[in-house]
Design a protein around this ligand. Structure first.
Ligand code: GDP
Length: 139
């Protein structure tokens, strides 16, 4: 079993798609291990996306990620990181495969409805960034 980290982003929360996205996640065999609805602070969003700090879209991305509530998720299944990236679809919804979460719900390359960790090492860091050991181990 592997864990991955995910965020239902502000566009998807605003558009009323939390339930639909969680249903797709569960239908694809993921167990929800921890879940918290919150609004990210500027410093939380900047820290989370620090790897992109030199990109031209960084400020816009941070503004977007802090514009409204998000849902933070710890998800578990076999091969969770890779499988969630498949279920989520390509970063740009224009390139995302039919039936993927981003194809179904994303508004644009930035407002793309969901985050999913890109590697097991990143997943471990991102889970630690937002969840405590108690959240992840108690269930
Ligand atoms: P991901 O792993 O598929 O989420 O993609 P990246 O790690 O490359 O980018 C992180 C996030 O930044 C994406 O999910 C988008 O919300 C946003 N993003 C990526 N590329 C662009 C871009 O070219 N323009 C804008 N405005 N946002 C982008």
């Amino acid at each position: 079993m592997e864990k991955t980290f995910s965020i239902i982003k502000p566009d998807a929360v605003k558009n009323g798609n939390i339930g639909k996205i969680l249903a797709i996640v569960e239908e694809n065999g993921f167990r929800i291990v921890a879940m918290r609805m919150t609004k990210l602070s500027k410093s939380q969003a900047e820290g989370f996306y620090a790897v992109h700090s030199e990109r031209p879209f960084f400020n816009s991305l941070v503004t977007f990620m802090t514009e409204g509530p998000v849902v933070l998720l710890a998800l578990e299944r076999e091969d969770a990181v890779k499988k969630l990236r498949e279920v989520m679809g390509a970063t740009n919804p224009a390139n995302a495969a039919d039936g993927t979460i981003r194809k179904l719900f994303a508004e644009s390359i930035e407002r793309n409805s969901m985050h999913g960790s890109d590697a097991p090492e990143t997943a471990a860091e991102e889970l630690k960034y937002f969840f405590t050991g108690v959240d992840l181990n108690q269930l």
